[in-house]
Design a protein around this ligand. Sequence first.
Ligand code: ZN
Length: 243
Amino acid sequence: MPVMKDEAVALRRIDYSETSQVLLFLTRGHGPRRLLAKGIKRGTKQKFATGIDLLEHGRVVFAVRASGESGLGNLTEWRQIDLYTGLRSDLHRLYAAQYAAEVTAAMVEEADPHPELFDALVGFLKALVSGGEPLGLLADYQATLLASTGLWPDLTRCLLCNRPAPPGRAGYFSATQGGLICRDCINRVAEKCKVSGLVLDALRRRAFSLESAPGAFELLDYTIAHMLGRRPGLSRFIRGQVR
Ligand SMILES: [Zn+2]
């Protein structure tokens, strides 16, 4: 069994038995990995004194059946780098971080490496803990996730007739079409929503203010929900805070 070393963030934890955990990690160089951590909850005599927490960041050693293969691997070593404890004391920040973990787990294919996304996730968690504005940081992470997975919408032109979309102006967005649709073409599209010029400009520049972040989050959540075929479970908690 090939052994791999990497950095990882825990995206999801599934209780497996009294003493073990199955965790889904985003690793930096080997993509999302499901790893069985045997005896991890057993306590003092083991390498792992306690279980690994959601969103915990560390150095991982794991074994897989064949190199590059997906499927359940074995976690053999875990050294914590950061627990981001500051997240636990602020519900807004915790929900934002949990949302990022949820959509990352849902959107990125197992064993498909995205180092830039891993770096963005760690940067996002660090910025959340150091007091950055949660919704703007989250919108920026959503944008990175969509760009990394090749699903970033085209906000520069009408996708049906190619007419350029001028900055500063409101527009119609269609997740099915993957971007903007102009006023002349909009009747040909069933699934659409109207987006303000402020939000569209913020998304184009990838710079989010207190005013533009709620609308940007909403539109990117809508796009992600379209890709997944359902709203992410945590999106209602984030949207509940916005209103
Ligand atoms: Zn058009």
